[in-house]
Design a protein around this ligand. Sequence first.
Ligand code: SAH
Length: 395
Amino acid sequence: MKEVTLTVKKEFVNRYKKGYPLILEEALENSKVLKDEGQLITLVDKDKTFLGKGYYGKQNKGCGWILSNSKNSNIEYKFFYDKLRNAFSKRMKLYHSKDTTAFRVFNGEGDGIGGITIDYFDEYYLITWYSKGVYVFKEHIIKAIKSLVSFDGIYEKKRFEENGMVVDEDSYLIGRKAPEPLVVKENGVNFAIYLNDGAMVGVFLDQKEVRKSIRQKYSRGKRVLNTFSYTGAFSMAAAKGGAITTSVDLASRSLEKTTENFRINGINPEEHDIVVEDIFLYFKHAKEENLKFDVVILDPPSFATSKDNRFSAAKDYKDLVKSAIAITEDEGVIVSSTNCATFNMDKFKRFIDQAFKECNKNYEILEEHNLPEDFAVTNKFPEGNYLKVVFVRVY
Ligand code: SAH
């Protein structure tokens, strides 16, 4: 494929000099010459001074990633091999852990190649490609994985659509097929994983520290409400820690998935509540019935549309916290989480602060979390650390 040299607009040059890895279309003088995704790009300033080397690949944000800031590096097999080897060896401790068998082994630009993540699920690897461009390097990536580690099988998700949706097709790639479910462990809690069942496989690995904290510090003898509960991952952590949980999710699949997760953890699902309902209706009913919880977990998607409600984290998080305050016991705890990349931790804390002010309640921040260590991030791209979680005590 033909390599192209593109000139960066004056006002963006400094940013790329400092190592900003995302190639923005608006930063380029002549982006029109970009034709084939996967083609290599050299960025220069108007005096032809080298700024970086990368590839063209369209994502919801940006049109590619810088892979190297060195003029002499060749973007070929050895380059990908070195990045993967480095990333895998950083996770050695996790590979040796007996009670954690699922974690992220490669996290995009945080490990030096934007646009690709690789997760490990007990002898299986799941590669997620975020553009047609990065998919062009597939052979190198697979070859590197094969030469670095042994495995049972590899699966892949192609999130090529610019809205980040998965192209719906078979995710199986090579090796043995994974059992369904594939049961993995995270700090001793079991999770049922389906590698070939759409975009989401059953657990979001980025919440591991939050689940650990909920289990260890906020669960013994507590009543815990888990909203937007999906497969009930937070409920498992809480139940293992000694809580009685209520899980609420709109999707009917959540009933069977959450029940399954309780079973594989040796917990009787009958002792817990699993409610299939729009959470905004649930809040309404809970308030009318004066239901209260010791711990309320809020982990909504960035956007959600249901029959009666439309939720956007950037617009509606404050109201979500207000709904939670109304059904949290005095001295109870609200765990507020968001993966919305359009606002940062400071702004997120302002939403929370406003919610408490408007409810005439006091609060104390007990804990704050971002991405865990295996979700490597680079300080050249702070927005890559999208996860924000705040534990607050309600007074
Ligand atoms: N907190 C979960 C992940 C949430 S994924 C975890 O830790 O694993 C988002 C979930 O929100 C999906 O399962 C979706 O069905 C659910 N959801 C979206 N809109 C909702 C609504 N209005 N009420 C309840 N659940 C909703």
